[in-house]
Design a protein around this ligand. Structure first.
Ligand code: BGC
Length: 369
């Protein structure tokens, strides 16, 4: 049996960002920079929804906007709000408005592939952003090493279960959406860590669309069926983790059964500090957005060699049996002691995390503020 300790391998890469130019957010027609050398051509970005994770609106939109604005590139960022028809309509609108590059975080492989096909037909390269569209044939992919995200979830959870004295035993898997290739990769990561450490699985369920409300119902059913007999819950993001913790809380078990998450949302970080969630995973979205913007700008300039040089990694499209040139960043597991690192990286603030008297105490105890 391996034992896990919180990795101190958290590296903070400070990036400087120069703001100046204005972007063209959500369809308006602004977006001109004063610099003479600004790349000509607009980038379209389609985000998937705003409910499955806080990240899309609070982090991805913000950092992408900042990156394009800093480069003096016009952009249009829209959110499909978990509606596949809307996703198509937005894409069609962007293509007919003449975007030069399209960045998409798909809602599923089928609708994502249709959009990629339409863009390809009119010569617009597509970058898969965060989620790989299986069978889609996007030119590039920018994301994190998503199996490693799952590994961090598993390692954190194993550490907490071992600390509870549970060296083995039944674990619940509450996975992300079956429509999201990332959910498959996350699961691969935590399933392996948990199995290798000697745990068994008492339930293994996916939550369609990462729907947090649905997650609560699914987990309530699991809880009833298993009579609450499990030593940990691997849930794939902070939204799902929050639903799990609320059900555990109703049963007097919050803080007793380790639960995982992902995204380092404020709520997730707060639960980690309070001990009701064992681990979250921090993905530096600023780096992801910066990488995607850099790639998009190289493509606008028609500099395929530069784009290829940036996308030096590879991600498997298991439907097309191809490897998509990728930028894959490294995630970090966050336990109590690492919450301060997320704040130091500028992802959130002391004020947003340390909001109540109880949290202020936990913050102080963990070197925050
Ligand atoms: C993203 C996660 C997010 C989830 C739900 C995944 O594809 O990688 O960061 O929590 O979708 O939106």
């Amino acid at each position: 049996m391996r034992s896990y300790k919180w990795g101190v391998a958290f590296t903070v890469v400070a990036m400087t960002l120069t703001l100046g130019a204005c972007g063209d957010d959500d369809g308006g027609d602004g977006g001109s920079a004063s610099t003479a050398a600004k790349p000509a051509g607009k980038v379209g970005v389609i985000l998937p929804d705003s409910a499955s994770s806080a990240r899309w609106e609070t982090a991805d939109r913000k950092y992408l906007s900042e990156a394009f604005a800093a480069a003096g590139v016009e952009f249009d960022i829209q959110n499909a709000q978990n509606d596949k028809a809307k996703f198509q309509t937005i894409a069609e609108g962007m293509l007919s408005a003449g975007v030069k590059v399209l960045l998409i975080a798909n809602l599923d492989n089928e609708s994502g592939s249709t959009v990629i096909q339409k863009a390809t037909d009119v010569g617009v390269p597509v970058i898969d952003y965060d989620r790989l569209t299986l069978g889609g044939g996007a030119k590039y992919y920018v994301s994190f090493d998503n199996v490693m995200v799952g590994t961090k979830i598993g390692e954190g959870l194993v550490g907490c279960m071992q600390a509870n004295g549970d060296e083995s035993g039944p674990v619940v898997l509450l996975n992300g959406s079956p429509d999201d290739n990332n959910a498959t990769l996350f699961r691969q990561g935590y399933e392996k860590v948990l199995k290798d450490a000697g745990y068994s699985f008492v339930a293994d369920q996916a939550v369609k669309g990462w729907d947090n409300t649905e997650a609560k119902t699914v987990f309530e059913q699991i809880f009833t069926k298993t009579k609450g007999k499990f030593v940990g819950v691997a849930s794939a993001n902070d939204g799902l983790g929050g639903s799990v913790v609320s059900v555990l809380d109703q049963n007097g078990l919050a803080g007793k059964v380790p639960v995982s998450g992902q995204d380092a949302t404020d709520e997730g970080l707060q639960r980690v500090l309070l001990g009701t969630q064992c681990v979250t995973v921090y993905k530096a979205i600023k780096k992801e957005a910066d990488a995607a913007a850099e790639l998009a700008i190289a493509l606008i300039k028609g500099d395929v060699a530069a784009a290829d040089a940036l996308a030096s990694g590879k991600a498997a499209d298991t439907t097309l049996n191809t490897e998509v040139p990728s930028v894959l960043l490294e995630p970090a597991g966050i336990g109590k002691a690492e919450v301060k690192d997320v704040i130091a990286d500028g992802y959130t603030t002391v004020d947003k995390v340390c909001t109540t008297a109880e949290l202020k105490k936990a913050c102080a105890a963990n070197g925050i503020g």
